[in-house]
Design a protein around this ligand. Sequence first.
Ligand code: HEC
Length: 202
Amino acid sequence: MRLLTTFLLIALAAGLSGCGPGAGKDTPPLWIIPDMKIQEKYKPQQESPLFADRSASRRPVAGTIAREGFVQDEGYHLGHSGGQYVGKNPLELNQKTLLQGQKQFNIYCAPCHDRTASGGGIVGKRAGAVFQPANLHKQETRDKNDGELYSIASDGRRTMMGYRNQVSDADRWAIIGYLRVLQRAGGAKIEDVPENLRAEVR
Ligand code: HEC
């Protein structure tokens, strides 16, 4: 009898806590306290009797701009303005911005282009011939101005997708600053290294 009561108590506890037979299946588990899982709210495209057009989704008030949609400087935001690429990186390139660029490059670009930007990242190795990240040390890429590289990082090119929505404007410019560092280092000669440090270069 005692054993049976204990068993029933455990079964009840398991059932109430949501890990009963219904959990993970089509029938939702029993919620004693639903917390905030169930709330009165409208979801996109739903109907509402509150408005004349019966749509719960409302248009922004005429003449207003969402804060994140405000573009003060088109060239800074897009990398081009009036049909011309921005020539030079508008960020002040110093140790702080370049370290930020390095961090962001290693997160967002290196999986494909690798940390040295030679295009040998893990994604290309797995994807095979259909999707080959470019080697960013090519003369053709070096010759592109900062605005064009920024615009590729933002909106993509051919098979590469853009990273405008993942990486902020300032961070994309920082990435381009750091990409220039990699390109400069990639084509460097031993004469570019100060004499007292040459022994340390492998
Ligand atoms: C998911 C993989 C992937 C990621 C991540 C990625 N790229 Fe690319 N990238 C590519 C591929 C593939 C190409 C070649 C596109 C083509 O020619 O079809 C390319 C091409 C480029 C080019 C053009 C080179 C040229 O001169 O034609 C630039 C510049 C570039 N990437 C920069 C970046 C930067 C900066 C980042 C990080 C913000 C980045 N990429 C992230 C896959 C990637």
